[in-house]
Design a protein around this ligand. Structure first.
Ligand code: BJW
Length: 245
């Protein structure tokens, strides 16, 4: 498959990009791949932790069955993230927020790299690896790398769990609703580095498209959303996004 080049950016995409006032950017694990963060799927492989598929360990059932194992998986990933930096794609998206009147960044990622690159008001559909949440009262706590992570809730004494959205769990209150509203208002919607199979996030491009937005996918592979998109830029986000300048 041919990678995107300045030539593959059509005149229409360039025009839409230059004239848009409201843009929505939906990102997935692929946007962080060039920072060294492993994706969940893609290339025909599925992430594993100690021989357990990620969709088993990242599940509500596992929180009930073996919270300790879930913490180990997230502690491992958080420690990995501590060494990693945002890449050109994160920085480009953060820059877009100064370029457009409204540029909403909606991410499925829990890594915090958009914010580290300077993006503001990021809608984190699947929570954050940098927070813990009480399993009873939902009180939330920041997790700092240099401090020992607390195991119990200060407010009610019950156990804490990672503040991320696992399979079968509902999204943070209001997050999808705000994202869906922005999707229905945007003129251009970018779909970057997501396999587009996890809902409700994967429904956002459909909302944008039915409200008349121009859809552009950036991904080295085709996805179930590719057919819906007006432009498909085949390549790595960190290489493709700077071509839009
Ligand atoms: C590059 C690149 C480079 C590589 N540049 N690109 C409707 C239909 C069917 C099922 C459902 C439905 N609605 C809801 C469901 C159930 C379920 C679901 O969607 N299942 C599907 C798998 C079928 N959804 C849920 O359970 C959600 N909850 C919910 O809907 O609540 C209401 C409800 C409750 C109960 C019953 C019914 C409804 C919650 C979903 C939570 C997902 N959680 C995870 C784990 C988070 C914690 C953790 O980090 O471990 O979120 S799963 C995992 O997948 C993670 C990701 O955010 C998410 C999406 O993955 P993503 O980001 O797309 O990554 P990959 O790895 O899949 O793809 C990477 C892509 O990057 C690839 O395409 C590469 O090619 C590309 N790439 N390098 C650009 N350099």
């Amino acid at each position: 498959m041919l990678a995107a080049s300045t030539q593959s950016i059509s005149a229409e995409l360039r025009h839409r990009f230059e004239s848009a006032k409201r843009v929505l950017v939906l990102t997935g694990a692929g946007v962080s791949a060039e920072s060294g963060v492993p994706t969940f799927r893609g290339g025909g492989n599925s992430a594993m932790w100690k021989g357990v598929p990620f969709d088993v360990i990242s599940s509500a059932t596992m929180v009930e069955r073996d919270l300790q194992a879930v913490w180990e998986w997230f502690d491992y990933r958080r420690n990995l993230l501590a060494e990693l930096q945002p890449n050109a794609a994160h920085f480009e998206i953060a820059r877009w927020q100064n370029q457009f009147e409204q540029c909403t960044v909606v991410t499925q990622n829990v890594d915090g790299l958009h914010q580290k690159a300077g993006a503001r008001d990021v809608i984190e559909l699947h929570g954050s690896i940098w927070r813990a949440r009480c399993i009873s009262c939902n009180a939330r706590y920041e997790i700092q790398l240099d401090k020992r992570r607390s195991e119990l809730c200060i407010a009610c004494g019950d156990r804490l769990r990672p503040d991320v959205v696992l399979f079968g769990e509902i999204l943070p209150p209001g997050a999808f609703e705000v994202a869906a509203e922005r999707a229905s208002e945007c003129e251009v919607c970018f779909v970057i580095g997501t396999s587009g199979i996890v809902y409700p996030a994967a429904g956002l491009p459909e909302i944008a498209k039915s409200a008349g937005a121009y859809l552009c996918e950036v991904n080295p592979e085709l996805t179930p959303l590719s057919g819906l998109c007006d432009a498909v830029l085949t390549g790595k986000a960190g290489e493709v996004l700077p071509l839009l300048k």
